[in-house]
Design a protein around this ligand. Structure first.
Ligand code: MN
Length: 155
């Protein structure tokens, strides 16, 4: 029934009447092997609840913005950059991404990384690091080894 308040879970971390979309528009930011599902975007809510899934070895874009993220890892494992630190994350871990903190999620090479992400419905657009900001981030060897920006600077 189309107007049922219930959308049943389907195999493979999918849900009834939830479209699996590209993570972002092609070329808008560097990323690899990631899908996006908007689970809740409704009148009466000032937030959206999304599910992202990164395939093994994939990554989200390295970005920051004024809005915050509240994240729960739902599937698999990987690592995330928040601010200037890299953290290992696994199922049911909670991740707080504060305003203007640089962040990036990466799935481990042998596991997907699926996570719920709560975000303001009205929000500013992500900023990508310019060359100077990337150089500043890479002053930390840990961060330098972690971040992916989708070009030969990943080498
Ligand atoms: Mn973000």
């Amino acid at each position: 029934m189309a107007d049922s308040p219930i959308r049943k879970a389907l195999p493979g971390h999918r849900w009834e009447r939830v479209e699996t979309m590209r993570y972002k528009d092609e070329g808008s930011a560097p990323f690899r092997d990631i899908t996006r599902q908007v689970l809740f975007r409704e009148d009466g809510l000032r937030c959206e609840w999304r599910y992202f899934e990164i395939a093994p070895g994939g990554y989200s874009s390295l970005e920051r913005h004024e809005h915050a993220h509240a994240v729960m890892i739902l599937r698999g494992r990987g690592r995330c950059l928040v601010g200037d630190r890299v953290h290992a994350v696994a199922e049911r871990d909670l991740v707080s991404v504060p305003p203007l903190a640089w962040h990036q999620f990466r799935a481990d090479a042998d596991a997907p990384l699926g996570f719920l992400c709560l975000v303001d419905k009205e929000r500013d657009r992500p900023q990508l690091p310019d060359a100077a900001q990337l150089a500043e981030l890479r002053r930390s060897p840990e961060v330098a080894a972690f971040v992916r920006v989708g070009d030969d600077r990943d080498a």
